[in-house]
Design a protein around this ligand. Structure first.
Ligand code: HEM
Length: 402
């Protein structure tokens, strides 16, 4: 593997994308600093040794060329035993039939009927929160809404909500050991197995029943494929929406002008969502290099891994003027928060819908708010970065009318 050649890799800049102290303190500030001071593409010895893209152009190049930058090993350090997640860990030509099979379930028109339920879930969640005047946003709101919506969409019985929420929180907990995470992974697979078997026996009006009866290359998907797809949805659709909400709300807590703008004109919410995703994208996706290639002056070798931090695309001055500033007045919001190329997020319409309904409800029911720092607002590093806690406070409805 790459380690044996480490001495030949250049330029070198040491950066641990999982445990770097600056990243834990504030992942976006650290990646921004990296962008300013590290080479355009560099090698680090951390996590077994790998390359890191450090410009938006390098990230785009990696994502758009799956023939050179493969998704077949989607972890750094490489773990060849990682269970295959379909379609994210497939390269062309295998990737396409699965993507074609799944796409119809995620198109705007397929997602639209879910909207009324998302509004209901959101309202229910806010009912218990608004009068309190404060909350720990990540655990009380951001990590709850996507779980409820995923369960509803996919077909899980809602009685299992609390059990599922716990499972998701524990699974994504940065402090979970490898053993704990693999035990939780097995529990998740157990729930998926139960659901798939039940729907194979008796289909209902939910996404998993529809996936079971659809075709990949003119044949029915196998049980293992269904399990793999379900597991990916679980990983891809829960934690990500939570993180988008948390990073977005942390910004808004410190930007009174922007909050006022949204309160005065909620029609700006779609722009707000794109701009917050652009400024605070939080995925850094790995790729496995299958042929020697030069990238921004660095000589990459077949068998090496490379990390593509997606925030860099939205921070590229050539794509967005004054990228550090958060503004809903941009003509275009160019970013790769949802990826780019063949693996671009399938759930992006659903994610945008969840975020839009959430922001609308927040600004209608709560309005202005502030962050109350308690010293535990650290980030989780890795491939999908997260904000661990976010304490927010606002005027209680009574005190507003008094
Ligand atoms: C704000 C929320 C979300 C963000 C930022 C996000 C981001 C991403 C990114 C960056 C990728 C590409 C990864 C790569 O190239 O290696 C991806 C892929 C994917 N996402 Fe999302 N995602 C979000 C929500 C969702 C939701 C709600 C679902 C569905 C329930 C979902 C399902 C998927 C799937 C199935 C893929 C794999 C697509 C493929 O390989 O063709 N995502 N997502």
């Amino acid at each position: 593997m790459a380690e044996s050649h480490a001495a030949e890799r250049a330029p070198i800049y040491e950066f641990d994308y999982i445990a770097d102290a600056g990243l834990i303190e504030d992942c976006h500030a650290r990646y921004w600093q990296l962008k300013e001071e590290a080479p355009p593409v560099f090698w680090t010895s951390a996590n077994g040794g790998h390359w890191v893209c450090n410009t938006g152009a390098a990230v785009t190049q990696v994502l758009r060329h799956p023939e050179t930058f493969s998704s077949r090993i989607l972890s750094i350090p490489p773990n060849p035993d990682q269970p295959k997640m379909i379609p994210e860990m497939l390269d062309p030509p295998e990737h396409r039939p699965y993507r074609q099979m799944l796409r119809p379930f995620f198109e705007s028109k397929a997602i639209a009927p879910l909207e009324a339920r998302v509004v209901e879930w959101t309202d229910q969640l806010f009912d218990g929160i608004v009068d309190k005047g404060e909350c720990e946003f990540v655990s009380e709101i951001a990590s709850r809404l996507p779980v409820a919506i995923f369960m509803e969409l996919f077909g899980f019985p809602m009685e299992k909500f609390e059990e599922f929420r716990r499972l998701v929180v524990d699974f994504f907990n940065a402090r979970a050991t490898v053993d704990e995470r693999s035990r939780l992974g097995m529990t998740i697979l157990g729930h998926l197995t139960e659901l798939i078997q039940a729907r194979m026996a008796k289909p209902e009006d939910d996404m998993i029943s529809k996936i079971i009866t659809s075709k990949v290359d003119d044949r029915a998907p196998s049980f293992e494929e269904l399990l793999s797809i379900g597991f990916l949805m679980f990983l891809a659709g829960l934690d990500t929406v939570t993180n988008a909400m948390s990073f977005g709300m942390r910004h808004l807590a410190h930007d009174e002008k922007l909050r006022q703008k949204i309160i005065d004109n909620p029609d700006e919410i779609p722009n707000l969502i794109e701009e917050l995703l652009r400024r605070y994208a939080f995925v850094a996706t790995p790729r496995y290099i299958v042929e020697d290639i030069e990238l921004e002056g660095a000589q990459l070798r077949a068998g090496d891994s490379i990390l593509a931090p997606l925030p860099l695309v939205g921070w590229d001055e050539k794509l967005n003027a004054d990228p550090e500033t958060v503004s809903v007045n941009r003509e275009f919001y160019r970013h790769a928060a949802f990826g780019s190329g063949i693996h671009t997020c399938l759930g992006l319409h659903l994610a945008r819908m969840e975020l839009a309904i959430f922001y609308r409800a927040w600004f209608q029911k709560i309005g202005h708010f502030t962050q109350v720092e308690q010293g535990d607002e650290t980030c989780r590093g890795g491939s999908v970065m997260a904000l661990e806690h976010l304490h927010l406070a606002w005027e209680k409805p009574d005190s507003q009318s008094a």
